[in-house]
Design a protein. Structure first.
Length: 151
């Protein structure tokens, strides 16, 4: 995890519509930046839907939600349409941002070791500074956890 109080690494990635989005586009707003392993998997779907359902509360608190995975723009588009997700999903197929935010790690699943995205979330303030960082978050609790962090 990156250090709290450090400047969040800048990035530019395509969203689910293929539009390039940069972290600096959101200066002046709080950013909930969450990293997840894969579109349309049970945990990731629960996490995304929880953020989607809570989106009005995030907006009330002056925050935007950005989800990042290594899935393609096309995959994100289908995922967003299927679950009516109204926040930005960013495609990081080259894993540059995933690695910059230190969430590409060794994972153990049923005794098998592999590399993958560890479900992690950063809260970035209006000036681009990391103010909270959570790793190994629970998919079903992450949206509520981040709403609490905004208080």
């Amino acid at each position: 995890m990156l250090e709290i109080g450090s400047q969040a690494p800048e990035f530019t990635l395509p969203d689910q519509d293929g539009t390039l989005r940069s972290l600096s586009d959101f200066r002046g707003k709080k950013v909930v930046l969450y990293f997840y392993p894969k579109d349309n998997t049970p945990g990731c779907t629960k996490q995304a839907c929880a953020f989607g359902e809570s989106l009005p509360h995030f907006l009330e608190k002056g925050a935007v939600v950005l989800g990042v995975s290594k899935d393609s723009v096309a995959s994100h588009k289908k995922f967003a349409e299927k679950y009516d997700l109204r926040f930005v999903l960013l495609s990081d197929v080259d894993k540059e941002v995933i690695q910059a935010y230190d969430v590409w790690k060794e994972k153990k699943n049923y005794g098998k070791v592999s590399m993958g995205v560890v479900r992690s979330t950063y809260l970035i303030d209006e000036h681009g500074v990391i103010v909270k960082a959570f790793d190994k978050v629970k998919a079903t609790e992450n949206a509520a956890q981040m709403l609490d962090a905004l208080n």
